[in-house]
Write a protein that binds this ligand. Structure first.
Ligand code: SF4
Ligand code: SF4
Ligand code: SF4
Length: 298
């Protein structure tokens, strides 16, 4: 074969000899990475992606200590018009991952390349600000971007990647059950960001806006942390024992007076399969009715 081939899209065949670190290959890689670094505002110290950036890793691997060219155009505006995402195009390396993700993985069809040549940039719809475009803030582009171009707004300055613990769990919102990783700052016991688990057969790393960004409730001051019983039109706090005893006595009296079918059990999509299983057993066996359903949506 003549010339250099990109390993990412050349299938290996029998008898092929592959050289990945010859001088010719390394020189070509150095030039490409150097050009990418030279054409953007790559101030790693202040960048949210520092320590988690593929361009930074490539420069380190290839021994590039500073950009050789001055190709940076200072006109780039930071787009912070959307609710949860900030876009700093000066850091974009035009890899196209966000575009493929938006169009072919989550199929929201918002992102594309605009302009040509050195002016090429990622655009939302017809080059609209992200907040005015048809973007649904699913965050797939944030997850796929290998550099610090598309980032979570609320995570800025909130903690370095290596300082955060990653805890894997299932999204609490709906019955799809996407697997996600919660990035937690243990010093404050606070959730900083959420990402989808790439090898999950349920969601392949994808999340919707609720799963990725709807986590404020976890730390909300208004969160209900104990049962409430209404007396004289007002709620008062109660123990679990008291609340469960009250509900059980009411159900028993309804059952006696009107029969089992006067009661219906509606389970939640926010709890696990196991909890839903236990719930339908309770309604069928203890209450004695088949009136049991589930809100498999939100
Ligand atoms: S995108 Fe990567 S290389 Fe550029 S400033 Fe951020 S960490 Fe550094
Ligand atoms: S947040 Fe989702 S919909 Fe919006 S541009 Fe990114 S991938 Fe497309
Ligand atoms: S994934 Fe990031 S670096 Fe790649 S084209 Fe999109 S914004 Fe640019």
């Amino acid at each position: 074969m003549t010339g250099l081939k990109t390993s990412s899209n050349l299938p290996a065949t029998d008898g092929m000899k592959v050289f990945t670190n010859s001088k010719q290959v390394l020189d070509a890689q150095r030039l490409v990475v150097d050009l990418a670094l030279s054409s953007g505002r790559h101030d790693c110290l202040a960048c949210e992606q520092n320590g988690n950036c593929e361009l930074q890793d490539a420069a380190y691997y290839l021994g590039i200590t500073k950009p050789s060219f001055n190709l940076y155009d200072d006109d780039y505006q930071i787009d912070d018009t959307s609710e949860f995402i900030v876009v700093d195009r000066s850091k974009c390396i035009s890899c196209g991952r966000c575009i493929v993700g938006c169009n072919h993985t989550v199929v929201n069809e918002v992102l594309n390349y605009g302009n040509r040549g050195f002016e090429t940039k990622i655009v939302f719809d017809t080059d609209l600000p992200m907040g005015s475009s048809t973007c649904v803030q699913c965050g797939e582009c944030v997850q796929l971007c290998p550099v610090g171009c598309i980032i979570d707004k609320r995570a800025i300055g909130a903690g370095r990647t290596w300082e955060l613990d990653k805890v894997e769990t299932v999204c609490p919102y709906c019955g799809v059950g996407c697997r996600l990783e919660v990035h937690v700052d243990r010093t404050q016991d606070k959730i900083i960001r959420i990402t989808g688990v790439e090898d999950s057969p349920t969601n392949n790393g994808m999340l919707c806006v609720k799963g990725r960004y709807g986590f404020d409730f976890v730390q909300s001051e208004e969160r209900i942390t104990s049962p409430l019983i209404k007396e004289d039109g007002k709620f008062r706090k109660a123990s679990w024992e008291e609340a469960i005893a009250l509900v059980a006595s009411k159900f028993t009296s309804f059952k006696k007076e009107y029969g089992s079918d006067s009661i219906v059990g509606l389970a939640s999509a926010k709890v696990t399969n196991e909890e839903n299983f236990a719930f339908q057993k309770l309604i069928r066996k203890e209450v004695g009715t088949n009136n049991v359903d589930h809100c498999a949506r939100l």
